[in-house]
Ligand binder design. Sequence first.
Ligand code: ACO
Length: 280
Amino acid sequence: PANAPGPGLREPGSDEPSLDGAGLGGTPPSGAALAEAGLRLEVDGAVATVTLNRPERRNAMTFAMWRGLAAIGRSLPDAVRVVVLKGAGPSFSAGIDLTQFSENGFPIGADAEATDRFIAELQDAYTWLRRPEIVTIAAVHGHAIGGGFQLALACDLRVIADDTAFCMKEPALGLVPDLTGTKPLVEAVGLPRALELCLTARTVHAEEAARLGLAETLVPRGALDGAVADLVAALLAVDAGAAVATKRLLRQAPANTLEQQCAAERREQIGRFRALFAAR
Ligand code: ACO
């Protein structure tokens, strides 16, 4: 079945709290299963906070963590309008847990279709962050490397602390960035700069990152939580239906012609008129 766990996503013989099926049909993953995957989820009304929680490993990302993120995405309560992603400890995330490469189950064999499915399942951890029903904020501090940088890029907005260090490390390891990050990176900084950043795998520190458009807000480390709280409050102050429709509209703008985008604006506005008049 399409939703079955992919190869290598679960350790053989594991009797740990299971993420199997979590998020499917809206069933939220248990706190224990998330904790086992190095994640914490707090839902407070319209705001969900997802914490990467393996600080002793700099929030290095395992297959279980990616499955947990995907399960959170599938099972978010309808009332949630804003999702904040952050990292516990000194770093946002050190990217893929490098021990995963040497473990059994990493599908680097000749079966291209199985590998394609495997990577697609990992990408599920990232794609839901674009859904129009929610606005996603990466609250970044410390290192955000590889898959961690791509997680920040998958969010709609990035609030970064002045100790942030982004690095697209994959090419230095002989890989390509494949966790949905190449499109938002090019959209944020343009093709030449994206090429330069990826092909040198250099580290971009906070001030340059903000200048390049990799962050909307740059604050001192101690002000990160407050800046995120202010942004969340501002986002929640706007009409919920208009926010969803506007995100849907803006998201499609880069791929649309002007004509298509004008038509999309009219369509969304008709929906808004209907909703507003129905509420009277
Ligand atoms: N995978 C597995 N373990 C990791 C990772 C990782 N990606 N990153 C850090 N750790 C572990 C370290 O091995 C160390 O373990 P130890 O305490 O048993 O020695 C612990 O986390 C703390 O890491 P330090 O290196 O001591 O922490 P420091 O703050 O000095 O440096 C940094 C942090 C810069 C993130 C460094 O750990 C690092 O370069 N990590 C590797 C980054 C990387 O190459 N990621 C892969 C990117 S490609 C991709 O994501 C697809």
